[in-house]
Design a protein around this ligand. Sequence first.
Ligand code: R5P
Length: 300
Amino acid sequence: MKVFSGSANRPLSEKIAVSLSLQLSSIELHTFSDGEQRVKLEEKVVNEDVVIVQPTGIPTDKNYMELFFIIDAARRNGAKSITVVIPYIGYQRQDHVFRTGEARSLEVVIRFMEQAGGTKFIAVDTHTIKVPELFIKPFVHVSALPLFAKIIKEEDLIDSDSFLVSPDMGGIRRIKQLSEMLDDLPYAAIEKNRDLKSGALAARVIHGKVHKRAIIVDDMISSGGTIVTACKLLKKKGVERIYVFATHPVFSEKAPELLQASFAKKVFVTDTIFVSKFSQFPKLEILSVADVIAEQIKYE
Ligand code: R5P
């Protein structure tokens, strides 16, 4: 087996390789002055099982193009199988057409990856259960929820007046699963509305009983708007302590500053997306999903 890393998250790729008792295979990744990219595998892959690790967070389009080219390089150089580990799938929030006239963008990038030669895909915590269905080739879903449950227990974040909170109704399935892992911890969900054109957020209603200590769980933090809005509402409703768990630190715009200034006491994310030291902040803690991904690769 040979493991190649794109440029999006080399530290995670290295950890996955170590977990597989391998070293990353050598690859040349070059961006020309006009922005075009060139990739070159520096090791032979004929009849090899190839694993490519590349999340497609910011810069999403650049990361996708690089990934398409690495997959193509592996296919045309004779790889026996090409497992694409795409811990965070960019465009997954566009998994269906919301308004007439829109593209189904997620489907477009999936077809490109499959057409380029990807034979199997592994991703962490997809935005909805529809996402895996869009893949024609085998797709394996890895969940960060057991890791979150373990940390919540280890860090003693639960007391007799705690509850899980989904910051939107779409996350209710996720929150129920985590509740089961935490001996049926009570949960609630916030009704959030986002204006599809302007992106403006509003959250007014909490479905479920409010307790004093909240653990918010989401699949991703992008602008930080959802979490900050949820924290404000929870505080207004009498919540005294808030912890946040989100799988993917997309961290667009001013998310790190907003989260640090928020009412949340701590923000736990995973390393599906690389967080540069400039985007890290005191309340942030990054958990690694490298071992669970490696387990899945071994299992397959
Ligand atoms: C929405 O459905 C997702 O689960 C996240 O809550 C959302 O994408 C986070 O985005 P932002 O941080 O920009 O509010």
